[in-house]
Design a binder for this molecule. Structure first.
Ligand code: CO
Length: 249
């Protein structure tokens, strides 16, 4: 048996074994999900999110991309993050890198691969930020392993830079951020203790933002000027105000 037939056959066997174990299993999942965890990992086939964390269906919300990056213009990641935090209310968010990551290795080499080069720039930025430490490691394997860790740390920082996480941190149930590294060679998951290491506190003076208060918004907006019959059209803004707005943008 090859190709998709094998997949469909595996699925039949899985359904049978699940039903045999727990006849209510699928019905319960069909009623909704309340995962406690959000996993942001690498697309690498050797790092299956459920398998390495011992979680089953319904327990973990998952986002994976090449080299487990948190990129602030990535609508996919931001949508997953917002939904997981604000709607599902996940309590633990983990960025999971892995030693032997091909994406990280490619970023450390100076070769072009096509479109992906633009994605890998994010890891080259990690090298630039930590260049002194990176260049000090003479052993090639050790340097790559450290780069995998530094990449995870920076991606956890990238999470903390989002307004989604910053707002969630001020809620009644602030989520915890974790940086993990998985070792393909022995299956062990290591906690880098990123949150406890002060790396998020260190950058707060630059990245911390606050939502505008609703009252402030209401008082700064004075509504459309002039005769409502003129709408839609150019709003008759006061010259001084228009100047201020242009300056702000
Ligand atoms: Co990888």
């Amino acid at each position: 048996m090859a190709g998709i037939s094998k997949i469909l056959d595996n699925n039949k066997k899985w359904v049978s074994s699940r039903n045999a174990e727990d006849p209510e299993f699928f019905q319960r999942l069909a009623n909704g999900q309340q995962p406690k965890y959000l996993f942001i990992g690498c697309s690498d086939s050797r790092v299956p999110a459920s398998g390495i964390t011992g979680t089953g269906p319904g327990e973990m919300f998952v986002h994976r991309n090449i080299a487990n990056l948190v990129v602030h213009s990535d609508m996919n990641l931001l949508s997953v993050l917002q939904y997981a935090v604000e709607v599902l209310g996940v309590q633990d968010i983990m960025v999971c890198g892995h030693y032997g990551c091909g994406g990280v290795a490619a970023a450390a080499a100076n070769k072009q691969y096509g479109l992906i080069d633009n994605w890998l720039v994010n890891i080259r930025d990690v090298i630039r930020l930590h260049e002194t430490e990176y260049l000090r490691i003479s052993d090639d394997t050790e340097r790559m392993r450290r780069l995998v860790e530094l990449n995870v740390i920076e991606q956890v920082r990238n999470l903390a830079k989002t307004n989604i996480i910053q707002n969630a941190m001020r809620s009644d149930k602030p989520p915890r951020l974790h940086g993990l590294v998985y070792d393909i060679a022995d299956g062990v998951l290591k906690d880098l203790n990123v949150d406890g290491g002060g790396v998020i506190k260190d950058m707060e003076h630059i990245y911390a933002t606050e939502a505008a208060h609703k009252d402030d918004e209401a008082s700064s907006y004075e509504g459309p000027q002039g005769d409502p019959a003129d709408l839609p059209g150019e709003p008759a803004a006061e010259p001084a105000k228009a100047k201020k707005t242009a300056k702000a943008s």
